[in-house]
Design a protein around this ligand. Structure first.
Ligand code: FAD
Length: 524
C-alpha cells in the first residue's frame, strides 16, 4: 500500500491530523493498534478546559486551552455541552492560592468571575456547605468519541484510509528515510506493508516506543490518571476544587452521568493501565470534600488513562510538568521523513494537528493553508449514537412497533445496532461487540453490559456476523473490558449487579470455560 502520509495512532490527535491533511488535499492512512480512541483520548475526563486549571502552573497551556476551547465551541458544537464551570475552595484549602487565582487568570487571559458562596450553592446545590470561595469560569464538557469519530469520517470522505487493529511493528530505513512500515494485525499477526512518503507518529504515550523503532530516543514521563463514573449526573456545571491540582478535584458532567477524577501516578511502563482501589478511594475521599454526596453515591465504573508528559524523570510531582505538546522533526535525528507529535491536551488536539500538518506540508512541498481553524466539523449522522439519550428519542420516532430494545439501561434499539453494523462494514472490517460499544451507548449504563452484551451478541448471531463459538469469545472480550472498569468500584448496589452478571455469563453461558481457538482472522 502506498500513501503520502502514514499517521500512527487513531486518537484525537491522529484523527484530527487526518482531517487537517485531507482538507489540504494530502492523502493519508491512519493505522491504529486498537480502535478509535484506544489511548488517552478514550480515557480522559472529557473536560474542555477553560484554561483556569493551569493558570498558575502552566500559563502558556492555559492560554492555548482558552483559545482552542473558544474555537471548538464554534466549530464542533455537536461534540460540546457548554455547561460552564465553577472553581470552589473549601475550609482548610490554601487561602493564598484562592487570593492569587483571579490575578493568574487575568494574566493568562482566562475569564473568571468571583461569586459568593451562597450564589455558587444556588447554582450547584451539591457543593459543600464548607465552601469558602468560588469563581465562575468558561469550562465545558466534550465528547471525545464523537469528536474523533467525526474527524475520521470527514477525513475518510476526503480520501483517507483507516486501518484498525494493526500495530506498527517495524520501520525499514534506508538512506536515512523510512521506506516501508510493517503493520501487524493484533489478533491474526497478518502483515500489511505501507510505503509512505512521510510518517507521523501521533501515538500519545507510546511515542517513545514508536520512535525507538527508528532508533530515536524521546524523553517522556508517563502519568496515569484514574476516573470514576457516577450512576447519575450530579451537577449541571463542571465543578473544580480551587487549589493546586490534586486528586479527586474535578467533577465533569457527561450526558446522564458525572465523571470524577483524577489521580496522577508515575508509571514506568505502559503494560498495566488500570484503575486501582487505592486510587478510587483517594478520588472519592477528596471529591467528597468538595461535593459531599460523592462519598455516598453509586459508581458504575472506573477507568484510567496515561498522560504523556514531555521531559526527563526527576521531580516527585508530575502535576507540575508542562501540559504543552512536543512536535519533533526527526530529520534532526537522521531520519528525514519522520515526525512525532505528543503531549498536549484533548482541548488542544486541533492546534496540535494544525502545527503538525504545517510541518508535513512544508516537507512534502504542499502549499495549502489550514482549514480546520475556520471550517466547522461536519455532523456525521453515523456518530449520533454516541449521544446519551438519543436512542430512545429516535426509536420512539421511527420504530413503528417493529423495532426492539437491545440495551435497556441506555435504551439502544436493534435498528441502531444495525445502523452501526452498516457503518463498520464501510470501514471494510468485520464488526465485533467492542466496536459497537465504542460507537454507541451499548454497555455504558448501570448493568455495564450484563444484559445488552448477551442481547447484542445474540443479534449478531441472528445477522450472521457471528457464526461460530468465536462469537461467544467476542462477547466474553466485551464483558471482560466492561468488568475491568467495575472491579475497583464493587461495593453496594454495583456489587450485586456484578454478581448477577457473573451468574449469567459464567453460570449460564460458561463463558469463563471457553478456550481461544486458533486464529483465523474472524471477528476482528
Ligand atoms: C486521566 C486523564 C485525564 C485527562 N483529562 C483531560 C481533559 O479533561 N481534558 C483535556 O483536554 N485533556 C485531558 N487529558 C489529556 C488528553 O486525554 C490527551 O492529551 C489526548 O487524548 C491525547 O490524544 P492523542 O491522540 O495524542 O493520544 P492517544 O489518545 O493516546 O492516541 C494514541 C493512539 O496511538 C495508538 N498507538 C500507539 N502505538 C501504536 C502503534 N505502534 N501502532 C498503532 N497504533 C499505536 C494507541 O492505541 C492510541 O490509540 C487527560 C488525560 C488523562 C490520561
Amino acid at each position: 500500500m502506498q500513501t503520502r502520509v502514514l499517521i500512527i495512532g487513531g486518537g484525537a490527535t491522529g484523527t484530527g491530523l487526518a482531517r487537517d491533511l485531507a482538507l489540504r488535499g494530502v492523502r493519508c492512512v491512519v493505522a491504529e493498534m486498537g480502535d478509535v480512541n484506544a489511548g488517552a483520548s478514550g480515557g480522559n475526563h472529557g473536560l474542555l478546559h477553560s484554561g483556569a486549571r493551569y493558570v498558575q502552573s502552566d500559563p502558556h497551556s492555559a492560554a492555548e486551552c482558552r483559545e482552542e476551547g473558544e474555537l471548538l465551541r464554534k466549530l464542533a458544537p455537536q461534540c460540546i455541552d457548554d455547561t460552564g464551570g465553577l472553581f470552589v475552595a473549601v475550609a482548610g484549602d490554601d487561602e493564598s492560592y484562592v487570593a492569587g487565582f483571579p490575578g493568574w487568570c487575568a494574566a493568562a487571559g482566562v475569564p473568571c468571575r468571583g461569586v459568593s458562596v451562597s450564589e455558587a450553592r444556588e447554582m450547584e446545590p451539591e457543593i459543600s456547605p464548607h465552601a469558602i470561595a468560588a469563581f465562575e469560569v468558561r469550562d465545558a464538557s466534550i465528547d471525545p468519541f464523537r469528536l474523533s469519530l467525526e474527524n475520521l469520517w470527514h477525513a475518510r470522505d476526503l480520501g483517507c484510509t483507516y486501518i484498525r487493529r494493526n500495530r506498527v511493528d517495524r520501520f525499514d530505513i534506508e538512506g536515512g528515510r523510512i521506506r516501508r512500515v510493517v503493520l501487524r494485525h493484533v489478533r491474526t499477526g497478518a502483515e500489511t506493508i505501507v510505503e509512505p512518503e512521510l510518517v507521523v507518529s501521533a501515538s500519545g504515550a507510546w511515542a517513545a516506543n514508536v520512535a525507538q523503532l527508528a532508533g530515536i530516543r524521546i524523553p517522556m514521563l508517563y502519568s496515569k490518571g484514574t476516573l470514576l463514573v457516577t450512576h447519575e449526573r450530579m451537577a449541571t456545571r463542571v465543578i473544580n476544587r480551587l487549589r493546586p491540582p490534586g486528586n479527586g478535584d474535578i467533577l465533569v458532567p457527561g450526558g446522564t452521568v458525572s465523571v470524577l477524577g483524577t489521580t496522577s501516578i508515575r508509571l514506568e511502563a505502559l503494560d498495566e493501565i488500570r484503575p486501582t482501589m487505592a486510587e478510587v478511594d483517594e478520588n472519592v475521599d477528596e471529591g467528597a470534600a468538595m461535593v459531599p454526596r460523592l462519598g455516598t453515591t453509586r459508581y458504575i465504573r472506573a477507568y484510567a488513562g496515561v498522560r504523556p508528559l514531555i521531559g526527563e524523570g526527576g521531580g516527585e510531582d508530575d502535576r507540575g510538568a508542562s501540559r504543552g505538546f512536543g512536535l519533533y522533526d526527526h530529520a534532526r535525528d537522521g531520519v528525514e521523513n519522520f515526525v512525532t507529535i505528543t503531549g498536549g491536551k484533548l482541548t488542544t488536539f486541533r492546534l496540535m494537528a494544525e502545527k503538525t500538518a504545517d510541518l508535513v506540508c512544508e516537507r512534502l512541498g504542499v502549499d495549502a493553508p489550514c482549514l480546520t481553524r475556520s471550517m466547522p466539523l461536519p455532523v456525521a449522522d453515523r456518530c449520533r449514537w454516541t449521544e446519551p439519550g438519543l436512542s430512545p428519542r429516535e426509536w420512539a420516532h421511527r420504530s413503528g412497533g417493529e423495532d426492539g430494545i437491545l440495551c435497556e439501561c441506555e435504551m439502544v434499539p436493534r435498528s441502531t445496532v444495525d445502523d452501526i453494523l452498516g457503518g463498520c462494514r464501510e470501514f471494510a472490517s468485520q464488526p465485533a461487540l467492542r466496536a459497537i460499544g465504542l460507537r454507541s451507548r451499548v454497555g455504558k449504563g448501570a448493568c455495564q453490559g450484563a444484559f445488552c452484551g448477551m442481547r447484542v451478541g445474540a443479534h449478531l448471531y441472528d445477522e450472521g456476523v457471528f457464526d461460530s463459538p468465536r462469537g461467544l469469545l467476542r462477547i466474553r472480550e466485551f464483558l471482560s473490558e466492561r468488568f475491568k472498569g467495575q472491579r475497583p468500584v464493587l461495593w453496594g448496589v454495583q456489587l450485586a449487579q456484578a454478581e448477577l452478571a457473573e451468574a449469567m455469563h459464567c453460570g449460564l453461558l460458561g463463558l469463563d470455560l471457553l478456550d481461544e481457538p486458533p486464529s483465523d482472522g474472524g471477528g476482528a
